[in-house]
Design a protein around this ligand. Structure first.
Ligand SMILES: O=C(O)CCC(=O)C(=O)O
Ligand SMILES: [Fe+2]
Length: 519
């Protein structure tokens, strides 16, 4: 049997350096009064560099500040703050046993993260956490593709490859979690809260002849061949209490689901006829996850939605009855960025096989990997702001370790730092071969500090083409390079499970959310 482990070192690559994450992990300012105001002169800078940190996780994480894990390729910057500097002005609950092509059983999240509601559609990179059949959730995805080489083909799932490896007694390391580049959360806010936000917008536009000050908070933002939309800062727009509710909900989600303890200032944008984020852009520097929370309403109004909600369905009817066409977020599909690997000269591709179109029904929070080229399909139709596409958007930032529970964060940080050493060493040889973020949640026994469980909350790890070089090298040495994503997941699970944290004073259990970044 040939060994799959062993040297994975890519030639000439330096050892990875821990992120300067300590700098990024600071105690949250008191909720009120310390939020940096959006910089009217330089909104792009505000989007990338400033934002709001969670107050709750702050105290705990501050003391664990040295424990964030990041492995950087030598040519990539290792400065956490620097990577958030914007480089351009502006820039995915239970049910459906249905795949995106309307066929059978969706596969439940393999990570076993305790969220039985998470459903995976036929597109392996999309996770849907709503109650709506995924078939209606995404338009124009790649799920309809034929089997065999072509878009989305995964050699590690190809029965021919697997049987060949099995014949040679080469074990294949199984992935513990699948990559998720789009996460959909329908019904994100409590319905009444989402309605209240929406009502503010509706009220202010109710009388087109009224000239109260709030009407003048909007910026018509036009960058030739790139962005045309009307935007404002949510914090400036909404009454304070309402804004705080919104911000808290996003911070809480970011912290608990993505291991990110801050968000950029929240933009609110509406798209009437002609508005678009045309062409494609990438928001790499802004943060590891982008979000779009829709306040878009169709023509059914409260009556129609009420009826649908009574039936336990979210608001697709709203979206389908919108008074414009377009308006979906378009995100390049993963296979397009690895085009030649799966190239099939006998198969043509159309738009729906190249981009994923994500509709924005009311109260859907779409979380996506902003490193993927993306945009917003041009809106055609209404010129009325109240019938337009209306979204709140920004980025989850500051990935950092976060302890929740009675564990003393300072003591826990010491154990964590020591325990992460073997992980740094294990990941060292993978430097430059993978890029992305793996967010883990670790359950810690309050009685004896042992790790009692580990799940992956989010996973955007991508093998970069340098992998080819390593694969060639391995081949020359008579080895088979393991599935790198799986290798990282297994290393993380092994190293994290071996850590023994201090027991908690009360004996109650704690959890640690730990984002691991590979650059
Ligand atoms: O509104 C959307 O769907 C995407 C927004 C976006 O990509 C951005 O603001 O950078
Ligand atoms: Fe973007």
């Amino acid at each position: 049997m040939r060994a799959l482990h062993g040297s994975l070192r890519a030639p000439g690559r330096a050892a990875p350096r821990p992120h300067a994450a300590g700098a990024a992990v600071r105690c949250a300012a008191a909720r009120k009064g310390k939020q940096p105001q959006p910089d009217a002169e330089a909104p792009a800078a505000a989007r990338g560099g400033k934002g709001k940190r969670s107050g709750k996780g702050g105290a705990a994480s501050e003391q664990a500040s040295t424990a964030a894990v990041a492995v950087a390729a030598p040519e990539a910057t290792t400065n956490a703050e620097a990577t958030r500097e914007p480089q351009q002005p502006e820039a995915p609950p239970a049910q459906p046993q249905t795949t995106a092509n309307g066929e059978d059983a969706a596969e439940e999240d393999e990570a076993g993260e305790g969220e039985s509601s998470r459903v995976r559609c036929g597109c392996p990179w999309i996770v849907h956490r709503s109650v709506e059949p995924v078939a209606r959730a995404l338009e124009g995805d790649a799920c309809r593709e034929a089997a065999g080489p072509g878009p989305g083909w995964d050699p590690w799932s190809d029965p021919h490859v697997l049987s060949e490896l099995a014949a040679q007694e080469i074990p294949v390391l199984q992935e513990i979690s699948a990559a998720q580049h789009i996460i959909l959360n329908d019904g994100f806010l409590p319905e009444a809260d989402a309605r209240e936000l929406r009502a503010v917008f509706d009220d202010r536009f109710a009388d087109p002849r009224a000239t109260h000050p709030e009407r003048f908070l909007w910026d018509y933002w036009h960058v030739e061949d790139q962005y045309t939309l009307v935007r404002t800062q949510a914090q400036a727009y909404f009454p304070e209490k309402l804004y705080d509710m919104l911000e808290d909900a996003l911070l809480q989600y970011g912290e608990s689901q993505l291991g990110c303890r801050a968000i950029s200032p929240i933009w609110m944008s509406y798209y009437v006829d002609g508005c678009v984020q045309v062409e494609l852009h990438c928001d790499n520097p802004h943060g590891p996850f982008a979000f779009v929370l829709s306040l878009t309403q169709g023509t059914l109004g409260g009556g129609g939605r009420g009826r649908l909600l009574d039936e336990g369905l979210p608001s697709y009817a709203d979206w389908e009855n919108r008074e414009f066409s377009g308006g979906e977020t378009v995100i390049l599909q993963p296979h397009v960025l690895n085009y030649w690997r799966n190239f099939n000269p006998r198969q043509g591709l159309e738009l729906q096989q190249l981009v994923t179109r994500v509709p924005a029904p009311f109260n859907r929070l779409t979380v996506f990997d902003p490193r993927f080229p993306h945009g917003v399909r041009q809106v055609h139709g209404t010129r009325d702001p109240r019938k337009a596409r209306l979204v709140l958007h920004g980025w989850f930032t500051e990935p950092s370790p976060f302890f929740d529970g009675p564990l003393d964060p300072a003591e826990a940080a010491e154990a964590l730092n020591g325990g992460l050493e073997p992980l740094y060493m294990a990941l060292e040889d993978l430097s430059g071969l993978l890029t992305g973020t793996l967010v883990t949640r670790v359950s810690i026994s309050g009685l004896d500090g042992t790790v009692t469980g580990l799940v992956f909350l989010a996973d955007t790890l991508v093998e970069v083409p340098n992998h080819d070089r390593a694969a060639a090298e391995a081949l020359l040495e008579g080895r088979v390079l393991p599935r790198l994503r799986a290798l990282v997941q297994h290393e993380v699970r092994e190293c994290m499970s071996a850590i023994v944290f201090p027991a908690s004073a009360t004996g109650e259990d704690s959890t640690l959310t730990l984002p691991i970044i590979l650059e």
